[in-house]
Design a protein around this ligand. Sequence first.
Ligand code: FMN
Length: 219
Amino acid sequence: MKYAYCDMPESLKGTYADYSRNFGFSWKEFVATVPSPLLLVTTYKSNGLPNACMQSWAAFTSANRGNGFYAILSSVNKNGHLYQTLQETREAVINFISADSHAACMATIRNNAFEADEITASGLTAEKADWVNAPMVKECFMNLECRYVWEKEIVPGDDHVMICLEVLGVHIEESRLADRTGEQGLLYNIHYQMNPEHVTKTGHDYAAVLQKKIDMMEY
Ligand SMILES: Cc1cc2nc3c(=O)[nH]c(=O)nc-3n(C[C@H](O)[C@H](O)[C@H](O)COP(=O)(O)O)c2cc1C
Protein backbone atom coordinates (compact mmCIF):
# COMPACT_ATOMS: atom_id res chain seq x y z
CA MET A 1 0.00 0.00 0.00
CA LYS A 2 1.20 3.50 -0.84
CA TYR A 3 0.15 6.79 0.74
CA ALA A 4 -0.52 9.58 -1.76
CA TYR A 5 0.10 13.31 -1.25
CA CYS A 6 -0.81 16.16 -3.57
CA ASP A 7 -1.69 18.84 -1.01
CA MET A 8 0.35 19.33 2.15
CA PRO A 9 -0.48 16.57 4.66
CA GLU A 10 -2.12 17.81 7.88
CA SER A 11 0.79 16.52 9.94
CA LEU A 12 3.25 18.88 8.20
CA LYS A 13 1.17 22.02 8.78
CA GLY A 14 2.93 24.48 11.09
CA THR A 15 6.19 22.51 10.98
CA TYR A 16 9.49 23.58 9.44
CA ALA A 17 8.46 21.92 6.15
CA ASP A 18 5.51 24.33 6.06
CA TYR A 19 7.09 27.64 7.03
CA SER A 20 10.37 27.04 5.15
CA ARG A 21 8.34 28.07 2.09
CA ASN A 22 9.29 31.59 3.29
CA PHE A 23 12.91 30.67 2.48
CA GLY A 24 12.01 29.13 -0.89
CA PHE A 25 11.47 25.44 0.04
CA SER A 26 8.46 23.37 -0.96
CA TRP A 27 7.18 20.90 1.66
CA LYS A 28 7.63 18.22 -1.00
CA GLU A 29 11.42 18.45 -0.52
CA PHE A 30 11.00 17.08 3.01
CA VAL A 31 8.75 14.24 1.85
CA ALA A 32 10.57 13.23 -1.34
CA THR A 33 14.11 13.58 0.16
CA VAL A 34 15.80 13.33 -3.25
CA PRO A 35 19.57 13.75 -2.84
CA SER A 36 21.69 16.14 -4.87
CA PRO A 37 25.44 16.79 -4.79
CA LEU A 38 26.78 19.24 -2.23
CA LEU A 39 28.99 21.80 -3.97
CA LEU A 40 31.02 24.92 -3.27
CA VAL A 41 30.97 27.18 -6.32
CA THR A 42 33.75 29.78 -6.50
CA THR A 43 34.07 32.93 -8.60
CA TYR A 44 35.78 36.32 -8.46
CA LYS A 45 33.86 39.38 -7.27
CA SER A 46 34.23 42.72 -9.10
CA ASN A 47 36.69 43.83 -6.37
CA GLY A 48 38.96 40.88 -7.29
CA LEU A 49 38.22 38.94 -4.08
CA PRO A 50 37.16 35.26 -4.12
CA ASN A 51 33.47 34.46 -3.67
CA ALA A 52 32.33 31.06 -2.39
CA CYS A 53 28.75 29.84 -2.48
CA MET A 54 27.31 26.53 -1.23
CA GLN A 55 24.96 25.00 -3.80
CA SER A 56 22.99 21.78 -3.67
CA TRP A 57 20.10 22.17 -6.07
CA ALA A 58 22.23 20.84 -8.90
CA ALA A 59 22.66 18.09 -11.47
CA PHE A 60 25.23 17.08 -14.11
CA THR A 61 24.68 15.86 -17.63
CA SER A 62 26.43 15.12 -20.89
CA ALA A 63 25.06 16.81 -24.03
CA ASN A 64 26.03 17.63 -27.60
CA ARG A 65 26.25 13.90 -28.50
CA GLY A 66 28.76 13.22 -25.75
CA ASN A 67 31.05 16.07 -26.74
CA GLY A 68 30.24 18.16 -23.69
CA PHE A 69 29.73 17.73 -19.94
CA TYR A 70 27.51 20.29 -18.22
CA ALA A 71 26.54 21.35 -14.71
CA ILE A 72 22.99 22.54 -14.16
CA LEU A 73 22.82 24.74 -11.09
CA SER A 74 19.07 24.32 -10.80
CA SER A 75 18.20 27.23 -8.54
CA VAL A 76 20.64 30.11 -8.03
CA ASN A 77 19.45 33.09 -5.97
CA LYS A 78 19.48 36.15 -8.23
CA ASN A 79 20.20 38.37 -5.20
CA GLY A 80 23.41 36.56 -4.22
CA HIS A 81 27.04 37.16 -5.11
CA LEU A 82 27.29 33.95 -7.16
CA TYR A 83 24.65 35.15 -9.59
CA GLN A 84 26.20 38.63 -9.79
CA THR A 85 29.74 37.36 -10.33
CA LEU A 86 28.65 34.88 -13.00
CA GLN A 87 27.04 37.74 -14.92
CA GLU A 88 30.34 39.62 -14.72
CA THR A 89 33.01 36.96 -15.31
CA ARG A 90 31.01 34.13 -16.95
CA GLU A 91 33.39 31.62 -15.31
CA ALA A 92 33.35 29.53 -12.14
CA VAL A 93 34.89 26.52 -10.41
CA ILE A 94 32.68 23.82 -8.90
CA ASN A 95 34.49 22.36 -5.87
CA PHE A 96 33.44 18.98 -4.48
CA ILE A 97 33.18 18.78 -0.71
CA SER A 98 34.02 15.70 1.35
CA ALA A 99 33.40 15.10 5.05
CA ASP A 100 36.83 16.45 6.03
CA SER A 101 36.28 19.83 4.30
CA HIS A 102 32.55 20.12 5.09
CA ALA A 103 32.82 22.40 8.16
CA ALA A 104 35.15 24.89 6.46
CA CYS A 105 33.01 24.98 3.31
CA MET A 106 29.90 25.61 5.42
CA ALA A 107 31.75 28.51 7.11
CA THR A 108 31.68 30.38 3.78
CA ILE A 109 28.00 31.08 4.51
CA ARG A 110 29.04 33.23 7.51
CA ASN A 111 31.90 34.90 5.61
CA ASN A 112 29.69 36.28 2.86
CA ALA A 113 30.64 40.00 2.96
CA PHE A 114 31.47 41.63 -0.37
CA GLU A 115 34.77 42.83 1.14
CA ALA A 116 35.74 39.31 2.31
CA ASP A 117 38.03 36.79 0.64
CA GLU A 118 35.43 34.12 1.43
CA ILE A 119 37.82 31.21 0.82
CA THR A 120 40.67 32.36 3.10
CA ALA A 121 38.28 33.73 5.75
CA SER A 122 36.76 30.24 6.04
CA GLY A 123 40.12 28.53 6.63
CA LEU A 124 40.41 27.26 3.06
CA THR A 125 43.09 27.90 0.43
CA ALA A 126 42.48 29.60 -2.91
CA GLU A 127 44.43 28.25 -5.89
CA LYS A 128 44.67 29.57 -9.43
CA ALA A 129 42.61 27.69 -11.97
CA ASP A 130 44.21 26.55 -15.24
CA TRP A 131 41.53 27.41 -17.80
CA VAL A 132 39.16 29.96 -16.27
CA ASN A 133 39.24 33.22 -14.32
CA ALA A 134 37.92 31.85 -11.01
CA PRO A 135 39.58 30.55 -7.82
CA MET A 136 39.80 26.84 -6.95
CA VAL A 137 39.63 25.49 -3.41
CA LYS A 138 42.69 23.38 -2.56
CA GLU A 139 41.02 21.40 0.24
CA CYS A 140 38.22 20.19 -2.06
CA PHE A 141 39.33 16.90 -3.63
CA MET A 142 37.81 17.57 -7.05
CA ASN A 143 37.38 20.85 -8.91
CA LEU A 144 35.56 21.41 -12.19
CA GLU A 145 36.50 24.51 -14.17
CA CYS A 146 33.38 25.85 -15.89
CA ARG A 147 32.15 28.42 -18.37
CA TYR A 148 28.66 29.99 -18.30
CA VAL A 149 26.39 28.81 -21.15
CA TRP A 150 22.80 29.97 -20.42
CA GLU A 151 20.23 30.64 -17.74
CA LYS A 152 16.46 30.18 -17.54
CA GLU A 153 13.83 30.81 -14.90
CA ILE A 154 11.90 27.64 -14.03
CA VAL A 155 8.85 29.85 -13.42
CA PRO A 156 8.82 33.30 -15.09
CA GLY A 157 9.61 36.12 -12.65
CA ASP A 158 11.14 33.80 -10.01
CA ASP A 159 13.89 35.14 -7.74
CA HIS A 160 15.98 32.01 -8.45
CA VAL A 161 17.25 30.88 -11.85
CA MET A 162 18.58 27.70 -13.44
CA ILE A 163 22.10 28.15 -14.82
CA CYS A 164 23.94 25.86 -17.23
CA LEU A 165 27.75 25.75 -17.04
CA GLU A 166 29.99 23.80 -19.39
CA VAL A 167 32.69 21.79 -17.63
CA LEU A 168 35.96 22.61 -19.40
CA GLY A 169 38.35 20.59 -17.24
CA VAL A 170 38.64 18.50 -14.08
CA HIS A 171 41.23 18.41 -11.27
CA ILE A 172 41.33 15.36 -8.96
CA GLU A 173 43.43 14.92 -5.83
CA GLU A 174 45.91 12.05 -6.27
CA SER A 175 44.65 10.18 -3.21
CA ARG A 176 41.12 10.15 -4.71
CA LEU A 177 42.05 8.96 -8.21
CA ALA A 178 40.93 5.39 -7.46
CA ASP A 179 37.78 6.23 -5.48
CA ARG A 180 35.72 9.40 -5.11
CA THR A 181 32.90 7.75 -3.18
CA GLY A 182 32.57 6.32 0.33
CA GLU A 183 33.41 7.90 3.70
CA GLN A 184 35.68 10.63 2.30
CA GLY A 185 34.03 10.83 -1.11
CA LEU A 186 31.62 13.39 -2.47
CA LEU A 187 28.76 14.48 -0.27
CA TYR A 188 25.08 14.53 -1.11
CA ASN A 189 22.60 16.96 0.35
CA ILE A 190 19.33 15.42 1.52
CA HIS A 191 16.47 17.39 2.98
CA TYR A 192 15.48 16.31 6.45
CA GLN A 193 13.10 13.34 6.21
CA MET A 194 9.70 13.92 7.73
CA ASN A 195 7.07 11.24 8.12
CA PRO A 196 4.10 12.85 6.35
CA GLU A 197 1.68 10.97 8.63
CA HIS A 198 3.36 11.79 11.90
CA VAL A 199 6.03 14.48 12.28
CA THR A 200 8.03 13.89 15.46
CA LYS A 201 11.07 16.07 14.76
CA THR A 202 12.01 18.68 12.18
CA GLY A 203 15.29 19.78 10.66
CA HIS A 204 16.73 21.20 7.48
CA ASP A 205 19.38 19.12 5.69
CA TYR A 206 21.73 16.18 6.02
CA ALA A 207 25.09 15.76 4.28
CA ALA A 208 25.40 12.09 3.28
CA VAL A 209 28.02 9.82 1.75
CA LEU A 210 27.44 6.97 -0.69
CA GLN A 211 27.67 3.70 1.24
CA LYS A 212 26.68 1.05 -1.26
CA LYS A 213 27.14 0.69 -5.00
CA ILE A 214 25.32 -1.66 -7.38
CA ASP A 215 27.18 -2.41 -10.62
CA MET A 216 24.57 -1.91 -13.37
CA MET A 217 26.72 -3.66 -15.98
CA GLU A 218 26.14 -6.95 -14.18
CA TYR A 219 22.48 -7.00 -15.21
C1 FMN B 1 23.73 23.00 2.17
C2 FMN B 1 23.41 24.28 1.45
C3 FMN B 1 22.95 24.24 0.17
C4 FMN B 1 22.62 25.43 -0.52
N1 FMN B 1 22.15 25.36 -1.79
C5 FMN B 1 21.81 26.49 -2.45
C6 FMN B 1 21.33 26.45 -3.80
O1 FMN B 1 21.23 25.38 -4.42
N2 FMN B 1 21.00 27.61 -4.40
C7 FMN B 1 21.14 28.83 -3.75
O2 FMN B 1 20.85 29.87 -4.36
N3 FMN B 1 21.60 28.89 -2.47
C8 FMN B 1 21.93 27.76 -1.82
N4 FMN B 1 22.40 27.82 -0.53
C9 FMN B 1 22.49 29.13 0.13
C10 FMN B 1 23.75 29.89 -0.25
O3 FMN B 1 24.89 29.07 -0.17
C11 FMN B 1 23.95 31.08 0.67
O4 FMN B 1 22.84 31.92 0.62
C12 FMN B 1 25.21 31.84 0.35
O5 FMN B 1 25.58 32.65 1.45
C13 FMN B 1 25.07 32.73 -0.87
O6 FMN B 1 26.36 33.09 -1.28
P1 FMN B 1 26.62 34.20 -2.40
O7 FMN B 1 26.08 35.51 -1.89
O8 FMN B 1 28.10 34.18 -2.55
O9 FMN B 1 25.92 33.78 -3.66
C14 FMN B 1 22.75 26.66 0.14
C15 FMN B 1 23.24 26.70 1.44
C16 FMN B 1 23.56 25.52 2.09
C17 FMN B 1 24.09 25.58 3.50
